[in-house]
Design a protein around this ligand. Structure first.
Ligand code: ATP
Length: 349
């Protein structure tokens, strides 16, 4: 039986890489101000939410053992957060009462047209078909959170304003807003402020996924340590680079390859020196550019088309420097509903 037939909603959400990640000074709250160019690539998690008697999450796919099936799962946090928000809004702003006539009692009385708790909002079972590598710098957890917001919004027929979804997304994590948006976009603040960027073209990527993940806070801490060691205390406010903006405007993959930049790369390589060999191999085998994705350890190589992607994937695997190699095209759409129950606004009639 399909998810829609069981009354569920399935949402597809892409992984991201960062074409540019410029790290500003550390803020008082411990985060860093960033200027980043997010790029969604066609490597997806599918999230299905179904009404259930209690909140639960399950996983399938090659990376399922790396993700908690508990309340710590970001997808479950997202579902609960949206439910709380919807219940609070319904309580603060109940639907206006309707007047109805009761023939047996004569005069009109007031009855609420809707119960105070929006109907149908309640525990869900979230299933994550996980294809996005975990703790890999590809924002897989954030992607699942974004997809769950979209799926629950459709399941509960809330039609939540985008502004409110963005507010909840920012509360859940720095990369969740971009996973709602997809495409190619500039991120600022700690990444949660997402704005469109003029960009053309489709880009072919080869992704070398490491066996073991890297913790994002550990990579930022290493970046701070390296800067302190060098006495770099006057870190400028981060701004998008003119070279990156020009490459995206022109849709020129060679210019884009040359403009790739990640200020966390040095820190990721310092924690995982073995990645340098993979990076060197990708460039030697003909990539137009190569970069650590986000906080790593995934390496993203830009190539000039589908044949180039296949050649590089084969070369990296055959040479033994990388065992988990994927190909993906960007930009990809942000979190979007694949199917919803018949009869709902997004479902088939
Ligand atoms: P980012 O690039 O956003 O910093 P990442 O891609 O490096 O993140 P994630 O895949 O999001 O890392 O995983 C980070 C941690 O979050 C892991 O330790 C993982 O167990 C935990 N986590 C919680 N929920 C999820 C989820 N739904 N999917 C993936 N990881 C999750």
């Amino acid at each position: 039986m399909t998810a829609a037939a069981r009354g569920g909603v399935t949402v597809r959400v892409p992984a991201k890489i960062n074409l540019e990640l410029i790290v500003g000074p550390r803020r008082a709250d411990g985060y860093h101000d960033l200027s980043t160019v997010f790029h969604a690539v066609g490597l997806y998690d599918d999230i299905t939410v179904t009404p259930a008697s209690q909140w639960a999450v399950t996983l399938s796919g090659p990376y399922r053992h790396l993700v908690p099936e508990t309340g710590d799962n970001l997808a479950l946090k997202a579902a609960r957060l949206l439910a709380q928000r919807a219940a609070a809004e319904a309580a603060a702003d109940p639907e206006p009462a309707e007047e109805v006539e009761e023939p047996s009692r004569g005069p009109l009385r007031q009855v609420p047209s809707k119960p105070e708790e929006p109907q149908g909002i309640g525990p869900v079972h979230v299933h994550i078909a996980k294809e996005i590598p975990v703790a890999a710098g590809m924002a897989g957890g954030s992607a699942d959170a974004a997809a769950t917001l979209v799926a629950c919004d459709a399941l509960w027929q809330l039609n939540t304003d985008r502004e409110v979804l963005d507010e909840l997304a920012a509360e859940l994590g720095s990369d969740v807003n971009f996973a709602l948006t997809g495409g190619t976009a500039i991120g600022s603040g700690r990444g949660e402020r997402v704005a469109p960027v003029l960009s053309r073209g489709r880009y072919h990527w080869v992704l070398a996924v490491a066996k073991e993940g890297l913790s994002t806070p550990a990579v930022f801490a290493e970046c701070d340590r390296l800067r302190d060691d060098r006495g770099e205390h006057d870190i400028p406010d981060p701004q998008p680079s003119p070279d990156m903006m020009a490459a995206l405007r022109g849709g020129d993959s060679h210019a884009l390859g040359a403009a790739l930049r990640n200020d966390l790369q040095e820190a990721a390589l310092s924690l995982r020196p073995d990645l340098q060999e993979v990076l060197d191999a990708g460039l030697e085998y003909g990539a137009l550019g190569g970069i650590v994705s986000g906080s790593g350890p995934t390496l993203a190589f830009l190539v000039d088309g589908p044949e180039g992607a296949l050649d590089l994937a084969v070369a990296l695997t055959a040479s033994g420097v990388a065992s988990d190699v994927k190909r993906a095209v960007g930009p990809a759409h942000g979190a979007h509903v694949l199917n919803a129950p018949a009869g709902t606004p997004l479902g088939r009639k």
